[in-house]
Design a protein around this ligand. Structure first.
Ligand code: URA
Length: 258
């Protein structure tokens, strides 16, 4: 196995980080400093050290979590609760795969496998992420096309890659049933009487900060509810309540990349 892969899988850090540690001379193989991340090692028999400590090969852990809003995706935060507040001791050593905004709900993965994280997050891998959104405003056909082709965000500095919109439905607040309001809109502070709204699914294969919100803003819509519903072909398990998590099956893990 490659040295950088071994270290990432052993929870030393993400792949890009462990490469830096190797190049900085912090890693020894059989008592000798090695500075080439791609070098092949024998994970069963070689003696690997990071920062002077033996690296044990760790069992790999994979979890899906249904993130509630109000929690930041970070290991620690001075002001807010974090998604790690939900995790039990058995998940020790895991990190989050990508991020969801504090007010975004839905599918968030945790793992201690840096390779797995890299395969999902690396832009060239094009793993698709699907979100359900509700936004203020309506989406007309030409705006849908614009979003699908790519729109400029970040003050015109970045043109988004193509996306896919599905199940787009324009409606007004007055049309909305009570249970829909309770499920998605009960946090709203304003009176949305007769306000135009749009809901639907959008799939992107990249992950710029606040990307969906910015994309919809570029066509005049303001996201008021956002939930990630799938990553690749892995769907959020509907039976997970907000704040619950469970192990991924082997099949589910592989479905991400199919
Ligand atoms: N896009 C956003 O705007 N927010 C998220 O949390 C994820 C994608």
């Amino acid at each position: 196995m490659r040295l950088d892969k071994f270290l990432a899988q052993s929870s030393i850090g993400k792949r890009k980080d462990v490469r830096i540690y190797i190049k900085d001379g912090l890693v020894k193989v059989n008592k000798k400093i090695v500075t080439i991340p791609a070098i092949e090692i024998d994970e069963q028999n070689d003696y690997i050290e990071y920062n002077g400590e033996k690296v044990e090969y760790k069992e790999k852990l994979y979890y899906m979590f249904n993130k509630p809003k109000g929690y930041v995706t970070a290991k620690s935060d001075l002001e807010h609760k974090t998604v790690f507040d939900y995790l039990g001791d058995e998940t020790k050593g895991v990190f989050h795969v990508g991020r969801l905004d504090k007010d975004t709900e839905g599918l968030l993965l945790f793992t201690n496998d840096g390779e797995f994280e890299h395969k999902i997050m690396y832009p060239d891998k094009h793993v698709k992420k699907k979100y359900f959104f509700i936004a203020l405003g309506n989406l007309l056909d030409n705006e849908k096309e614009k979003l699908e082709e790519g729109v400029y965000i970040n003050n015109g500095e970045y043109l988004t890659k193509s996306s896919k919109l599905e199940a787009i439905y324009n409606f007004t607040y007055l049309d909305v049933e009570e249970d829909f309001k309770n499920k998605y809109l009960n946090h709203l502070e304003y009176n949305f009487f007769n306000q135009k709204l749009v809901k639907g699914n959008i799939t992107i294969s990249e992950g710029k900060k606040h990307q969906i919100k910015k994309m919809l803003k570029s066509v005049g819509c303001k996201v008021i509810y956002l939930k990630r519903i799938s990553i690749g072909n892995l769907k959020l398990d509907d039976s997970l309540e907000l704040g619950e998590y469970r192990n991924l099956t082997e099949e589910e893990k592989n479905s991400i990349f199919k």
